[in-house]
Design a protein around this ligand. Sequence first.
Ligand SMILES: [Fe+2]
Length: 284
Amino acid sequence: MRPVQRVSYEPLPLWMRAKVAWTKLRTGHEGHTFYTLTWHVPVNEILDGGLRREMLDFARGMYHYELPPGDAVILTGMLDGPGAGGALHLFGWLRAALAAISGEESSAIAAPTGQSGDEDGSFGLHADMWIPALLFNVFNHVVAAQGASLLLPMDEMWGIAAAAGVPADVRAEMAEARVEAGECDYFEQFNGLLYGDHPWTDRVRRALREAAIEVPLGPGQGYFVNDREWLHGRTELAPDALPRELKEDRLYRLAYNNARLDAAAGKRRVEWEWTGRHAAGCKS
Ligand SMILES: [Fe+2]
């Protein structure tokens, strides 16, 4: 099978594609990514027709799956089948299959892991706020006693943020961003209101961290949550704890909308178009 591709999950305007191509030609890499990338393996890359049908049934199963009440499950044994080597292909393929099933490129992304996080390698409690809402994260390379996962219900966040000094109008803006994320990537709009340069930033970061559930997850373990209902983060991770070449395979993630969320997103898209707010304006 060919290597997993990195593609933008949004149609890019010509000038942006030209800019990326020019940067690649000059420096050999894409440069700063100002659009969201996803791992991608075309559906037809599985050449065996029988296997492809079975895999598509599996993807359809995921598309119709609903999380149990509470909107979160812990995953185990997720690398038992594909192994770490095959996981990236599997996630890239599932991304392509789920986008094909839904008919929307933006409804499924398997985002490569970036260098995001704080100086000490921790990552404050946040929501990814990509367009798709379900978040399927599986860990591969983990470091003992470092970088444990943190999870916190969104419901609890509001009270903690209020007590830490996040003003009511800012919380209202966050609540709006939480809904509008279904149309655009709203990571900054939501998390920036907590952790930007605000008087409450340090207090709220500490308070959310203290309230969060700490879940040390091993290779093949992970979580499957609704990103709008749960915040996630990680504890400190020394910058040199993982060699650079392993960082990209630290975890595999897939964000997608299931059939119900996809229908809701479709309805919202129509409303946005009626009111003159179109998703194409998100990045421009
Ligand atoms: Fe995240």
